[in-house]
Design a protein around this ligand. Structure first.
Ligand code: 13P
Length: 245
């Protein structure tokens, strides 16, 4: 399977910046690696109209409910209807600032998968948790709770992103060996949970992925791609991460 680079633009960019990005990106993107982009919800429709179909567009969050009286929420059914391909769920910023928990996220994951959206489910430890030696058990809990009581129909339904909280937006990256250790553990848990497909699910690394560390990270056995914040905002940088200099 090709390596997958996912751009998480978070709450950034004007409409003009979105348009400029795609203009530049499309000129040089060669599909050596898969590229998916998650703009702000307000820019989803625009991004969908500007990309060729081989760049997949998705959202950064969605509701556990499909439709109804839930003011301000993002319907996974409408996201699919719009042409959205995937949704990122459980990002550490949502856990930290919007009180999302792995248990609560389970309903969102299942709802999105029921709509045939691909789910990128994020897990990761804080620095305090790492220093207390809790990384692997904490991540195991996040996986068990967030992916509780569900099945997947193929290897495409679900992607896991390992994002150590202490590496997000800080310029500190997990060493390739630190990331590989956690990724190998995640793969074991997934194999156990989903015997038919678990071993083949993609596991992305996120946290200060940049042009100067991406190759070494992607060179690790269990790292299938990256979930990228800051370095995905400029077309030139994201192209380089996608292997198109
Ligand atoms: P940075 O690449 O800016 O560290 O952000 C990572 C991230 O949170 C991607 O979801």
């Amino acid at each position: 399977m090709k390596k997958l680079l996912v751009a998480n633009w978070k709450m950034n960019k004007t409409q003009k910046e979105v348009a400029d990005f795609f203009l530049e990106f499309k000129k040089s993107f060669s599909e050596k690696r898969d590229a998916w982009i998650a703009p702000q919800t307000l820019h989803l429709e625009m991004a969908l109209s500007l990309t060729k179909s081989h760049v997949k567009i998705g959202a950064q969050n969605c509701s556990e409910f499909l439709n109804g009286a839930y003011t301000g929420e993002i319907s996974p059914a409408s996201l699919k209807d719009l042409g959205g391909h995937f949704v990122i769920l459980g990002h550490s910023e949502r856990r930290q600032y919007f009180s999302e928990t792995s248990k609560g996220l389970n309903a969102k994951v299942r709802s999105a998968i029921s709509q045939n959206l691909k789910v990128i489910y994020c897990v990761g430890e804080t620095l305090t948790e790492r220093e207390a030696g809790q990384t692997l058990s904490l991540i195991e809990d996040q996986l068990h709770q967030g992916l509780n009581d569900m099945s997947i129909a193929n290897t495409e339904n679900l992607i896991i992103a390992y994002e150590p909280v202490w590496a997000i937006g800080t310029g500190k990256t997990a060493t390739p060996a630190q990331a590989q250790e956690v990724h190998a553990h995640i793969r074991q848990v997934l194999h156990h949970k989903f015997p038919a497909f678990g071993k083949m699910l993609r596991i992305l690394y996120g946290g200060s992925v940049k042009t100067d560390n991406v190759e070494e990270l992607l060179g690790q056995k269990d790292i299938d791609g990256g979930l990228v914040g800051g370095a995905s905002l400029k077309a030139k940088d994201f192209l380089a991460l996608c292997g198109d200099k």
